[in-house]
Each structure stands twice: as C-alpha cells, then as structure tokens.
Design a protein around this ligand. Structure first.
Ligand code: PAP
Length: 355
C-alpha cells in the first residue's frame, strides 16, 4: 500500500476472501445483539428493524460502554482489534470526532515526512489529510476485507476514533505511540451536530440541536460518552507520558508552534536548530493552517469514500475552525448544564476545559 491510499488486501485466493467475508458477517451478527440508541431512546436489539444506511447514522450501537455507528465503524473496529498488529514504531492519531483530527493529521504527516516531502512537494497539497493518515476502523478495516498493512514502510501514521479503554492488549503492549487530541466539549458537540446534519441528506432526518444535546448529556454521542473517551487517554497519558501524548485543540490554536515541537519530539523527529533557523516549522504551520488547507482544490472539490449513498465533500472537514463557536448555538442555560456535567465528570482528574 502506498500513501495516500491504495489499499492492498491480504486475501490472495477466493477461499480466503470468502473466509474473511464470513468473519465480517459474524461481526455484523454480534453487532445486531448490542443495545441501540435510535429516535431519541435506547432500544433493545430485538426491537430494531434493519434500517436504511442514512438511518444508521442516527442510530448508535453500544459496545463495551461506548456508542458507535454500527455500519461504518463497529465491524471495522472488531476486525482491527483482532487483526491489526501495531509495530513499536507506529504512531496512532487518536481522537473523538470533530476535535481537529484533520488538522492534527496534517501537522503530524507533514512533520514526520518533512525530509522526503518538503512542504512544496507534500502530498497534503493534493490529498485530504484523512487520505494521508487513514483511519483503522472506517477506512482500512471497514471494507469487509483485511488490508495488508505489512507493506507500509515504518513509521506508519494511522488513526482511530476508538476510545483507549477498548484498545486490545496487543495494541497497548506493542510499544506504539498514541497522540490524542480533544477539544472543549461544547465546541466538539456543536461541530459534530453540524457535521452529522451534513452527512444526513434527507431534510426529514436532520437532527435537532435539542434532541442531540439531550442525548449528548446522557452520554450518547458517537464514540462517547465524550468524558469517558477523554478521561481514558488523559489517565493513560499521566501513567505513560512517553507513549501517550495528550493535546487540546484550544492550546494547539493558541500556540501551534510550541505544540508542534512537542508533537515532533514525541514522534521521535524533533526539529533541529538548523530547521528552526530555516523556517521549516513555519512552513508546516502555514501549509496546515485552516485557511491554507481549506483553500486547496482537493479540499474544495474532492470527496471522501464514506459508506453512504452519497458522496461527502472534503469541504465538510473545514467549517469555521474557531474556538468558542458554541456561543452562537447553545443557550446560556444549555451551556451551563453542559459545563456543570463536565465539571462533575472530570472532578478529581486534574483535567478541565476552563475558558
Ligand atoms: P473529523 O472528526 O470528522 O475528522 P475533525 O477534523 O476532528 O473532524 O474536526 C473538524 C473541526 O476541525 C471543524 O471544526 P468546526 O466545525 O468548529 O469548524 C473544522 O473546522 C476544524 N478544523 C479543520 N481543519 C482545521 C485547521 N487546519 N485548523 C483549525 N481547525 C481546523
């Protein structure tokens, strides 16, 4: 496989392909036995009818305490959990949705590959960051066939939206590194609300802010409860700071250079004094800025291969890119409820999202 994505698959014979299809079928069967949240209530598996693909965006399944899209994420995660073998040199970008993953992927990719691909020749100029740093559960293992990742040269830069608590021992003991990014929960929620309603084409199925807000506070949020997702990585970063780097979107915004240096050091490729003098860091920051990425042709007109009935334009990943946009959507009462809930959840952890 070369990056960006041309995935080669492990199955070389028809028999092996059939065996893998059977395996994915078993995952699907298991997923149908999981509790679901749909149409604003948690439903038991037996009461859920098979639903069209768009409805599956509004329906989550709960797997080991976390909520997932049943179609687009869970089978892929189950396959990755059982078959992905991390190398000690791998770097995994780990995020809940809508916290700045696209940006972090661009920064990490540009930094890690800066010798082979100086900014002027970067693949990021012609490919969306999600194509350069593929996601394990949605893209690589989400196609009902196992990808052959052994052909990818080290260090492999991959990503996942799966919470730390669900990582199998094989990932945790592999020695690979995890870079985690999170964001103020109010902005995360608002960004996700916009995103979901972009993915849902049918106007009758668009999600109201109020319904989604109530669900969010109950913990029903893609790859959430958000607080558990964040705390999983937070606690791991305290125990194992060499293996888990914990970053916040707001800090990345307010001092991108400092955080980029931190990221480079963590990935094992610190910027040299000479590089700093030559402005290598600034060039990466410029190339990965919201305006630069958003204005690239590929991000204005390109599309993303999500398993939906319609194409998703790459522009969906570049909405506003601001801190505090929640204020334009949440009432003061909603904001207060969310703040209080988060304060409670994070109490005693040493983690906060004070503004
Ligand atoms: P994903 O989970 O679908 O990959 P993700 O990239 O994590 O999405 O989050 C998208 C958010 O990051 C968007 O925030 P908004 O909805 O509040 O606007 C998007 O605008 C923002 N974003 C994307 N690229 C950048 C960037 N280069 N700098 C800052 N923010 C960015």
């Amino acid at each position: 496989m070369a990056f960006p994505l041309t995935i080669s698959f492990t199955a070389k014979t028809k028999e092996e392909e059939d065996r893998q299809k059977q395996m994915y079928k078993r995952y699907d069967e298991l997923i149908l036995t999981l509790p679901a949240y749909t149409q604003n209530s948690i439903m038991l598996p037996e009461s859920i009818k098979d639903s069209p693909s768009e409805e599956k965006l509004r329906q989550y399944r709960q797997y080991k305490g976390f909520w997932f899209w049943p179609d687009m994420m869970l089978p892929g995660f189950m396959a990755a959990k059982d078959h992905f073998i991390p190398r000690p040199s791998d770097i995994l970008i780990c995020t809940p949705l809508k916290v700045g993953t696209t940006w972090l992927k661009a920064l990490a990719f540009a930094t890690l590959n800066r010798n082979d691909q100086p900014c002027k020749q970067s693949l990021l100029l012609s490919h969306n960051p999600h194509d350069c740093v593929p996601n394990l559960e949605v893209i690589l293992y989400g196609r009902k066939r196992l990808p052959d990742l052994t052909v990818v040269p080290s260090p492999r830069l991959l990503s996942t939206h799966v919470p730390y608590q669900l990582f199998p021992t094989s990932w945790l003991s592999s020695g690979c590194k995890f870079v985690f990014l999170c964001r103020n929960p109010k902005d995360t929620f608002i960004s996700y609300w916009h995103y979901l309603n972009k993915l849902i084409e049918d106007v009758n199925h668009k999600q109201s802010l109020g319904d989604m807000f109530d669900a969010f506070l109950k913990g029903v949020h893609l790859n959430g409860p958000l607080w558990d997702h964040v705390l999983g990585f937070w606690n791991a970063s305290l125990v194992n700071p060499d293996k888990v780097l914990f970053l916040k979107y707001e800090e990345l915004k307010s001092d991108t250079a400092v955080n980029l240096k931190k990221l480079a050091e963590f990935m094992g490729c610190p910027f040299t004094e000479e590089e700093e003098r030559d402005g290598v860091l600034e060039k990466i920051l410029d190339m990965c800025s919201f305006e630069s990425l958003r204005n690239l042709e590929v991000n204005k007109t390109g599309t993303m291969p999500l398993k939906l009935s319609h194409d998703i334009g790459n522009e969906v990943f570049f909405r506003k890119g601001e801190v505090g946009d929640w204020v334009n959507f949440l009432t003061p009462e909603m904001a207060q409820r969310l703040d209080q809930a988060m304060e409670q959840k994070f109490e005693g952890s040493g983690l906060s999202f004070k503004e």
